[in-house]
Design a protein around this ligand. Structure first.
Ligand SMILES: *Cc1c(COP(=O)(O)O)cnc(C)c1O
Length: 373
């Protein structure tokens, strides 16, 4: 049996007509560009803000720009330090650099794999201005502890929620804990557009207003530019597609959670580690990742059985060539390094079948039994 890592065709097939109609409407209206009054962009922004439970949503070109726009709106740039987890997708740190500030890595917690509050405290200096926790793989970071630290040190919090649409802490949606939160609608995320797209959500009207200007050349009104911004708008077609898909998001997240539950009943638990989920936290299962010191062997074994897998991420940020300039040693981030060496993501997507989950689980069981260590 062949098991893909994800198959978006299965997600689109049952709603193909609805998606095509939504796109055709934008084409008929020629509402392609996400200017201030694009009705498709406005409709999606309102619906997504509602979904998250935030007052404002500002669409933009992608989830990386969203972080940079959030930092710029908070006036965090040159001379500022921003604390980011040492194990995440490069965007989290890259956006800090692009905003003119310096990313400062803090190690992740060995159990949850998200930013460690204790490590944040060790990295705070007089130049620290913000913390960007990442809800890695869909598991909320420890927001109560992180927000408490931020408050004590007068720091801003931007939640990088690119992997966690649908995740909650005590039924409160992630994206509503920090000063603002960023989402990516890259096609493979829990909610994906038909290309690159992203947004920032916030309860602060001033931050919202500032981002709305920054994403569209600083335009406050048609005849003048009150400041310089950039072009990072959300396209009409993407917004229309996202509005259709948003109606199904909650169901898709539940299907992800059901798939994870089935894995938990079928896998040989105890032979590897999983992200541990704090009580009251709801994992949105963007990824289902196992941790084992036999990761590479397991990956080849799955390959040989036509089961796709992924590694998120092969190198921690301090190990990347791009960050050698910071002069930090990867050894100072042992949990991030171990995570990069031992973690493997196995197929989990809303449409994955019970048979596929059982086959993946049986194959993993066979692997651990066949060459018991
Ligand atoms: C996907 C992702 C982003 C950025 O997404 P793009 O839309 O591709 O720019 C940022 N942070 C994390 C953690 C991500 O996984």
């Amino acid at each position: 049996m062949k098991v893909p890592f994800n198959d978006l065709r299965l997600q689109h097939a049952p709603i193909k007509d609805e998606l095509n109609e939504a796109i055709a409407k934008v084409v008929d209206d020629c509402q392609f560009i996400g200017k201030e009054r694009n009705p498709y962009v406005l409709a999606f922004e309102e619906a997504f803000a509602d979904y998250v439970g935030a007052n404002h949503c500002i669409g933009c070109a992608n989830g990386t720009d969203a972080i940079e726009l959030a930092l710029r709106a908070l006036e965090i740039g040159s001379g500022a330090e921003v604390i980011v987890p040492a194990q995440t997708w490069i965007s989290t740190a890259e956006a800090v650099t692009m905003a003119g500030a310096t990313p400062v890595f803090a190690d992740i917690c060995a159990l949850t794999n998200t930013l460690s509050p204790e490590e944040i405290e060790r990295k705070i200096t007089p130049r620290t201005r913000a913390i960007i926790p990442v809800h890695l793989h869909g598991l909320p970071a420890n927001m109560p502890a992180i927000c408490e630290i931020a408050q004590r040190h007068s720091l801003k919090v931007i939640e990088d929620s690119a992997q966690a649409h649908g995740a909650c802490i005590q039924n409160q949606h992630i994206g509503t804990f920090g000063d603002c939160a960023t989402f990516s609608f890259f096609p493979g995320k829990n909610l994906g557009a038909f290309g690159d797209a992203g947004c920032v959500v916030t309860n602060d009207p001033q931050i919202a207003d500032r981002i709305a200007g920054l994403r569209d050349h600083g335009r406050a009104q048609a005849s003048d530019h009150s400041f310089e911004g950039r072009n990072s708008r959300l396209d009409g077609i993407h917004a229309a597609v996202l509005s259709v898909k948003l109606k199904y998001l909650e169901n898709w997240v539940q299907l992800r959670q059901k798939a994870a539950e089935r894995y938990l009943t079928k896998l040989p638990l105890g032979r590897f580690d999983l992200q541990s989920i704090p009580s009251g936290y709801t994992h949105a299962y963007h990824l289902f990742a196992l941790q084992t010191n036999r990761r590479d062997e397991l990956r080849s074994f799955l390959d040989s059985r036509e089961i796709a897998s992924g590694i998120h991420y092969v190198r921690s940020l301090p190990q990347l060539t791009a960050y050698q300039k910071l002069g930090v040693s990867p050894d100072d981030f042992p949990n991030a390094q171990t995570h990069s060496q031992q973690t493997i993501s196995v197929p989990l997507f809303p449409e994955i079948s019970a048979e596929q989950i059982d086959y993946v689980s049986a194959t993993i069981t066979e692997f651990f039994n066949s060459s018991a260590k």
